[in-house]
Design a binder for this molecule. Structure first.
Ligand SMILES: [Zn+2]
Length: 330
């Protein structure tokens, strides 16, 4: 995974929107209430259940729950149970928000996944991290080879769906394409002209693929940065339309090779004021996302604009409090 990919993903406004699931009170409440996947917590106390949620559940109508014995390897099943009673089989019970989620007669897990994504940010992040880990293991085993890819195309005259998706995502990220491009007639006609059997990909699908790519890349970067000493360059500014943005770039030298690397951790839309406190807060949340601590942060670089100068001083204080000794150059 190149640093370029990461950089571009985060700079693509569309993909930034997808991955920026803002903190959601319901999810936090659930995490704090210790809502567990224990069947006992789910079946016993109906009064507690209604105190916790406004949505009704089939439990009230005598439904009883069990683990899904036919659950696929899909990670979402960690957070769902199914009903013993056949008449309730159209729904699964979310153990986090204690409510029924419809997944139809086909028992498609995509509705269940949407519930997790919308309501339970912490658990969604866990699922995405687990998947990223699995994918990275597979990628490590099969390295992508452009030459063999071309050969396959010629010999089979079909497109392997994984290869196509991987290439499509890379192209979209590297050339800043909007999500809607995959649904445009011009794009689809071009793909069809190249190969009539190429899979048709819609906006929802590409959203998922980009989101997966973000988590994969983030995971890979966390591994790279583990235990490294890094330097942070940060800046915040306000756009013409009066929207605030903050960015964080990490530099580090690979100890074995002395090679200098840089990674953009992201460019994020801010909702706070452009004060020093706010800038530091944003930069801290960026570096925390990548499991970096002040003890690894040897230096922070800013420009000499007064807010950033104040932010620089604040970085030093915060670092001291956290047991670090971060320098500031502005
Ligand atoms: Zn839920």
């Amino acid at each position: 995974m190149s640093s370029l990919t990461q950089q571009k993903i985060n700079q693509n406004p569309d993909s930034a929107v997808i991955i920026d699931n803002s903190n959601n009170d319901a999810a936090r409440l659930n995490a704090e209430s210790g809502a567990s996947s224990s069947p006992l917590a789910v079946t016993v106390d109906v009064d507690t259940l209604f105190a916790m949620t406004s949505s009704k559940s089939f439990i009230e109508m005598g439904g009883t729950l069990k683990r899904n014995a036919h659950a696929t390897k899909n990670e979402v099943w960690t957070y769902f149970q199914v009903y013993n009673e056949k008449k309730f089989h159209t729904h699964a019970f979310c153990v986090l928000c204690k409510s029924d989620v419809s997944y139809g007669k086909t028992h498609s897990t995509s509705n269940l996944e949407k519930n997790i994504q919308r309501k339970h940010k912490t658990e969604y992040d866990i699922i995405m991290a687990e998947r990223a880990n699995k994918r990275l293991k597979i990628h490590a085993e099969i390295s992508f080879d452009a030459t063999s890819y071309k050969q396959k195309l010629l010999s089979n005259n079909t497109v392997r769906s994984d290869d196509y998706q991987e290439c499509l995502v890379k192209w979209m990220v590297n050339s800043y394409q909007p999500l809607s491009v995959v649904q445009s007639d011009a794009f689809r006609n071009m793909v069809k002209a190249l190969n009539n059997k190429a899979p048709v990909i819609g906006e929802d699908k590409i959203r998922t693929l980009l989101s997966n790519k973000y988590y994969d890349t983030m995971h890979a970067i966390i591994k790279i940065l583990k235990g490294k000493n890094v330097v942070l360059t940060t800046d915040a500014w306000t756009s013409i339309s009066k929207e605030g943005y903050a960015t964080a770039t990490i530099h580090f030298i690979e100890p074995q090779t002395w090679k200098l690397h840089n990674l953009s951790l992201g460019i994020f839309k801010k909702d706070g004021n452009s004060t020093a406190v706010d800038v530091v807060h944003y930069a801290e949340s960026h570096i925390q996302n990548f499991n970096l601590t002040y003890s690894q942060l040897t230096c922070v670089i800013t420009d000499t604009e007064s807010t950033m100068v104040a932010a620089g001083c604040l970085f030093k204080e915060e670092s001291n409090e956290a047991g670090g000794c971060t320098e500031w150059h502005g």
